[in-house]
Design a protein around this ligand. Structure first.
Ligand SMILES: CC(C)(COP(=O)(O)OP(=O)(O)OC[C@H]1O[C@@H](n2cnc3c(N)ncnc32)[C@H](O)[C@@H]1OP(=O)(O)O)[C@@H](O)C(=O)NCCC(=O)NCCS
Ligand SMILES: CC(=O)OC[C@H](N)C(=O)O
Length: 234
């Protein structure tokens, strides 16, 4: 506490408020750029995601100064007010937009680059199998769709998109789109990566029927040949 009070006048007002205002401006701009529903700056000031990220920045300030209890009180208050839970230990770059926000969870060792976009109900979480670094690292300009779960200490590369409701369990390279459960990369640099033809795949039942028909035809010809031979001999 003594350490905190020594720093208070010098850093608290200057650093926290200065950095919150700077980040607030970047985040307001990010919302204007990327949310077609945002009609005015005044409207943007009502966004839960904006306040959740601002409160996270205060909580993180305390967290990195080892004032973890205060940090958690702030983050849990933010969760109560916004429905968005960001652990104060997470590392978040500038221009993060959490659109709609309800149900978003960002774990303690998650890292988020600049200008990322998270939709409601997504989780940057752990699998429960790792120790230490347990949560994902998002590069810059990453989008995580609503309801998606990104679980584990791997990287999602710059400019990649995680589809709504995907469950991502391994690294996603840059400029990719990952979809499904478990998620697979279906596009990279704008080109499809999985060219599976889901319609013209071999059907084992019709293959067996086909084999049976060929065998029947072979036997029919043999019987005909035998009959002709019998007629000649008889
Ligand atoms: C994945 C997404 C970002 C589109 O990315 P994209 O790179 O433009 O990809 P495409 O639209 O070309 O889709 C690529 C393939 O993934 C499939 N796909 C897209 N979204 C998917 C999803 N959520 N789940 C499963 N498959 C999906 C497409 O059908 C397509 O399959 P096909 O090639 O067999 O036709 C978008 O579909 C999405 O999920 N956005 C989430 C946005 C969101 O959460 N909005 C909530 C607002 S409230
Ligand atoms: C509900 C939804 O699609 O939200 C995404 C974005 N805010 C928009 O209005 O397009």
């Amino acid at each position: 506490m003594f350490q905190l009070s020594a720093h208070l006048e010098e850093t608290l007002m200057g650093n926290i408020i200065g950095s919150i205002i700077k980040n607030y401006k970047a985040e307001i701009q990010s919302i204007k750029d990327r949310d077609p529903a945002a009609a005015s700056t005044l409207e943007i000031l009502t966004y839960a995601g904006l306040h959740a990220v601002a409160m996270y920045r205060v909580a993180h300030w305390f967290y990195i100064r080892d004032l973890k209890f205060i940090a958690r009180v702030i983050s849990q208050t933010a969760r109560f007010l916004t429905g968005i839970e960001i652990h104060p230990g997470a590392k978040i770059g500038k221009g993060l937009l959490i659109d709609h926000g309800a149900g978003v969870v960002i774990g303690e060792t998650a890292e988020i680059g600049d200008n990322c976009l998270l939709y409601q109900g997504c989780t940057l979480g752990g699998t429960g199998k790792d120790q230490g670094k347990r949560h994902p690292t998002l590069g810059n300009n990453v989008m995580v769709g609503c309801g998606a779960k990104v679980l584990g200490p791997f990287k999602v590369g710059d400019n990649s998109k995680i589809a709504a409701n995907a469950v991502v369990l391994e690294t996603v390279p840059p400029n990719c789109t990952a979809v499904g459960v478990p998620a697979r990369v279906v596009k990279q640099n704008g080109k499809r990566t999985l060219d599976l033809d889901q319609i013209h795949i071999p059907d084992p039942v019709s293959q067996e029927l086909c084999k049976g028909r060929m065998e029947l035809e072979r036997l029919r010809k043999r019987v005909e040949a035998l009959e002709k031979r019998l007629e000649k001999e008889g």
